[in-house]
Ligand binder design. Structure first.
Ligand code: C2E
Ligand code: CA
Ligand code: CA
Ligand code: CA
Length: 275
């Protein structure tokens, strides 16, 4: 009966069946990926729009799959979350990103590292993982930024964890800002330091007036309540000039660099220092 059920499913929804079995295969492979040392952290620079200097990197996860090659997060993060693997993978990303950043800060002292955090990761355990990553890497808490999605930062259950992380000296950045629905009043109450303007808004900047109005108001909102504004997904010099003239603090995007592997970071820092 089970077999015919599956066949029926295949007959009517071949796409769905394929997706499910790929999902299951990925989940079982992912279980061992950490131990087999197949995960990588890539780094993309954030630049001060005023000085043009690199001020931080964002840590972006990759999976060097032995057969399929380098996989992007969209191909495995949801699988990892559903399989309950994100706390372990997230702890590894924190440790790896902090340790690698500590090496560059020997030459570039002010650099910060921004690490993405899944909503599932925001528990008491995260505080422990952050503290052990900082201790092991000897990085100062002021150099670590955690990027949290707008919906996760608004959830009441997460507030105390985020508050305690800030008490340690870590900064909290609201990722993909503008795609959720937090109000000014709500934001003012939340334990956050920075808003990252979703790249969808930045990339439409040269388009309609409405898009420019959204970016303008996010930057004003950030500054009104004492937060930094970061423009993500900056691909053209026109977009960089637009967000700079709107008073945005920093920028990130393919215009300056794609995310690169650990070994390529020193050369990237050199290139961006002497453009
Ligand atoms: P995100 O946090 O919004 O990260 C920015 C994404 O935009 C990255 O995709 C980056 O490569 C891409 N990007 C940067 N500049 C440009 C640009 O100029 N143009 C365009 N078109 N794209 C640009 P990536 O690396 O594929 O990561 C996708 C998402 O996966 C991230 O979105 C983040 O939500 C998630 N992610 C990545 N690493 C981690 C991680 O360690 N933990 C968790 N929980 N999520 C992660
Ligand atoms: Ca992010
Ligand atoms: Ca983002
Ligand atoms: Ca995004």
């Amino acid at each position: 009966a089970k077999k015919s059920g599956r066949n029926r499913c295949t007959a009517f929804h071949p796409g769905l069946h394929e997706q499910t079995s790929r999902h299951l295969r990925r989940a079982s492979e992912l279980h061992g990926a950490l131990e087999r040392n197949e995960l990588r952290v890539f780094y993309q620079p954030l630049l001060s729009l005023a000085s043009g200097e690199v001020i931080a990197f964002e840590a972006l996860l990759r999976w060097e799959h032995p057969i399929e090659g380098m996989l992007f997060p969209e191909e495995f993060i949801t699988v990892a979350e559903d399989a309950g693997l994100m706390p372990a993978i997230g702890a590894w990303v924190l440790l790896e990103a902090c340790s690698q950043t500590a090496r560059w800060t020997q030459d570039y002292s002010g650099l910060s590292i921004s690490v993405n955090v899944s909503p599932h990761q925001i528990t008491e355990e995260l505080i422990v993982h952050v503290q052990s990553a900082l201790a092991a890497s000897d990085l100062s808490p002021s150099q670590l930024v955690l990027e949290v999605t707008e919906s996760a930062v608004v959830a009441i259950a997460n507030v105390s964890v985020l508050e305690r992380l800030r008490e340690i000296g870590i900064r909290i950045s609201v990722d993909d800002f503008g795609t959720g629905f937090s109000s000014l009043a709500q934001l003012q109450e939340l334990p956050v330091d920075e808003l990252k303007i979703d790249r969808a808004f930045v990339q439409r900047l040269a388009g309609t007036e409405a898009d420019a109005a959204i970016v303008t108001s996010i930057i004003e909102l950030a500054h009104t309540i004492g937060l930094n504004a970061v423009a993500e997904g900056v691909e053209t010099t026109a977009q960089a000039a637009a967000v700079r003239s709107l008073g945005c603090d920093s920028g990130q995007g393919y215009l300056w660099s794609r995310p690169v592997g650990f070994k390529s970071v020193p050369a990237l820092l050199q290139r961006l220092k002497n453009p």
